[in-house]
Design a protein around this ligand. Structure first.
Ligand code: 5GP
Ligand code: MG
Ligand code: MG
Length: 176
């Protein structure tokens, strides 16, 4: 058990499992993008550890860029809408692989993918460490998924609870 701020979390995915699965995802990317030079777009903050481990196993030529997403309230049924901040590289004509920590409702990734298409990327795929199928609300294709998990709150390995817990070297789940 580990305490982050005022909450207790239980072990959920061990670091060895993470390492093995991340290497497998990188192998798939190496195969799928052989002969091309994908642009890996890492979504900060949560994906920073996943991205670091994934990218160390990428053996084909690639480029890496980092973005943040700002959410703002919208009075629409879609709820929060995200805006891309800080994508410097032109994505027109590029094979983009978005590197994300977790897909929950899918709203964030749906918005980002749409913006990348609008900027005329040649292709857009998503690599996410975690995916909660029960929570999905927006249809989004996830090409590379580390682990499908239950609809429970997790921290660690880059993911935070109220700003803390990103430093944990494995994934923990809220105990209840
Ligand atoms: P979505 O737009 O898919 O609902 O939201 C995805 C974002 O919500 C993730 O990038 C992450 O920041 C946050 N999120 C969703 N579920 C969890 C969770 O279980 N733990 C943490 N720490 N963040 C989560
Ligand atoms: Mg995220
Ligand atoms: Mg967070």
């Amino acid at each position: 058990m580990v305490t982050v701020k005022d909450k207790v979390f239980a072990p959920f995915i061990e670091k060895e499992q993470l390492a093995q699965r991340i290497a497998e995802l990188a192998d798939k990317i190496n195969t799928d993008y052989a002969g091309r030079t994908p642009l890996l777009v890492v979504v900060l903050n949560g994906a920073f550890l996943f991205a670091a481990d994934l990218i160390r196993h990428i053996t084909i030529p690639c480029e890496v860029s980092f973005i943040r997403l700002a959410s703002y309230a919208q009075t629409q049924s879609t709820g929060r809408v995200k805006q891309v901040l800080g994508l410097q590289e032109p994505v027109a004509g590029r094979d983009v692989v978005v590197v994300e920590d977790i897909v929950d409702t899918g709203l964030t990734m749906a918005q980002l993918v749409q913006q990348l298409w609008e900027q005329e990327a040649s292709s857009v795929e998503i690599a996410t460490l975690l995916y909660k199928p029960e929570a999905i609300r927006e249809s989004v294709t996830l090409r590379y998924v580390g682990f499908e998990i239950q609809n429970r709150f997790v921290v660690g390995f880059g993911l935070d609870y109220d700003g803390q817990g990103r430093n944990l070297d494995a994934i923990y789940v809220l105990a209840n």
